[in-house]
Design a binder for this molecule. Structure first.
Ligand code: ZN
Length: 103
């Protein structure tokens, strides 16, 4: 879960959007779910609350469980696994396990 962060590019592994890539917009660590730009659009019925409001159906990205996503490495041009390097000050950096490119 900690592998994926906001603004990462991820690829969808399962479901109707399988193979698509998108940018991470939001991460919900507790639910282990992620919202990806342009992925997993869900129809939502909106009730009109005021006369000047638009009711009807809107399309919005729905959250996806993180296990259905993988980090997309631009260097390898494919989904990849992330490794961690621990620095002396305790911070961690991420890198692609395939091409060793840092994220
Ligand atoms: Zn790579």
């Amino acid at each position: 879960m900690a592998n994926i962060k906001k603004n990462d590019t991820v690829v969808v592994l399962t479901g109707k959007d399988r193979g698509k890539t998108g940018k991470v917009l939001l991460v919900f660590p507790k639910e282990e779910k992620i919202i990806v730009e342009g992925i997993n659009f869900a129809k939502k019925h909106m009730r009109k609350r005021r006369e000047d409001e638009q009711g009807g159906i809107i399309h919005k990205e729905a959250a996806i469980h993180f296990s259905n996503l993988a980090i997309f490495c631009k260097g390898c041009n494919r989904p990849t696994k992330i490794g961690f390097n621990a620095l002396k000050d305790g911070t961690k950096t991420r890198y692609c396990k395939r091409c060793k490119e840092a994220f």
